[in-house]
Design a protein around this ligand. Sequence first.
Ligand SMILES: NC(=O)c1ccc[n+]([C@@H]2O[C@H](COP(=O)([O-])OP(=O)(O)OC[C@H]3O[C@@H](n4cnc5c(N)ncnc54)[C@H](O)[C@@H]3O)[C@@H](O)[C@H]2O)c1
Length: 458
Amino acid sequence: MTKVRYVQVGLGSRSEMYSEAIVERFAATCELVGLCDSNAGRLTQRAEWAQALGVQPRTYLATQFDQMVAETQPDVVIVTTVDADHDEYICRALELGCDVITEKPMTTDQHKAQRILDTQRRTGRKVTVTFNYRYAMPRTQVKDLLASGVIGNVVSVDFHWLLDTYHGADYFRRWHRRKENSGGLMVHKATHHFDLVNWWLSTVPETVYASGARNFYCPETAERYGLHDRGPRCYGCPASDRCPFFLDLTAYPKLKQMYIDNEKYDGYFRDQCVWSADINIEDTMHVIVDYRNGVKMSYSLHSFMPWEGYVVAFNGTKGRLEHVCQERVYISGDGTVQGALVPQGTRINIFPHFLPGYEVEVWASEGGHGGGDPIMLQTILAPHTLDDQYKRAADHRAGAWSILTGIAANRSMATGHPVQVSDLIHGLEEPDYMPMPGATEAIDPLPLRQSTAVRVAD
Ligand SMILES: NC(=O)c1ccc[n+]([C@@H]2O[C@H](COP(=O)([O-])OP(=O)(O)OC[C@H]3O[C@@H](n4cnc5c(N)ncnc54)[C@H](O)[C@@H]3O)[C@@H](O)[C@H]2O)c1
């Protein structure tokens, strides 16, 4: 059997999952033939890791990307660079005749998104966007429940995402802290959340209004902590013994090896001060979205919370579905499982109209990002082995729709006005979705005869 040939560009913490999957778990059908990064140190480290496992990928600096494709002849390019560079590699790979697997967000603004859509259409190649959140079993279960019609058709959504003072704070230390790199949290992080809503409801956004600010990760908060003598980064910071957000990268062997040991090649600091004046992303965001199917959503994202996870509620014509999900504490690349669920903190409740509410047993899910990572890897690296009945695999269309809500939110925050998504992009079709309960379907009148005095179960 001919193996599928992969190359990877961008060899930071997220990329490890793909290298390991190709070289170890899916070695029978996949082959890692090339590696590319702008940082010579991380490039060498990954190559040495692969060689220790008996695999010999060729190595290339970022300026040699075309050479890599020409010499290694990959079928698929995996893009895990800084978000704002995704479009360059996606488009170049498509032009050179490869399929692409790209990390989210597909890109960071509407112009880059349009370029990707146009290039994909012209080349006819395949783009997969790795929305691992869809694959976590509780989130798949929500899709299953909504599609079953248990709460009728959805009329509105309340969705509130909390990033904690560990993982949430980390966005303010890394390249993500500048909007020109990440699109801000409305794009970088909320692409997951807006994709979930699009996919859960089988629809796309039409109008977006947003308000946001940087209220916490700013010099004023540092002053209130008494951190007057803080430095530009945690490493060597004079205020480290008093700062509750001090991160000692040298205390984590993986983080030290990946970032501190490679600073000398590109001058990138992974532990910049969360209180810096030059951060330009928001830490507090509120968004209202109108969807094509008539659903209205209120959404918020806060990044300095005491716990991490989310609360989402769907209000339907037959009742309400509430889902709470708590994730374990981690920071990206610390060597622990990222975004694992706290089982006792993950619940789904159904509240039918006029009947007692009940708790649903949550589908078990283990592994990175709520158990989504291992299932997603199987779907994209060994698609013939899994049935995709929920249509979880996402392409360029889903990738674009997921970022358009955040891009529109960024524009709305800047202008103070609602934004029409159709003004941002053209020629973008809806993704392939599962059919959902229709807004015109008859509502079973039986529950209306039940006593409205029934108390909701605890
Ligand atoms: N799906 C998820 O849950 C998830 C989780 C974490 C990260 N991500 C995504 O993965 C991507 C990488 O994030 P990360 O946390 O690994 O970041 P990182 O900073 O650890 O790694 C980025 C890598 O890209 C390299 N790089 C930077 N500019 C480059 C260029 N122009 N050409 C080639 N290489 C370049 C850097 O040297 C580094 O090795 C991002 O797009 C991020 O949004 C997704």
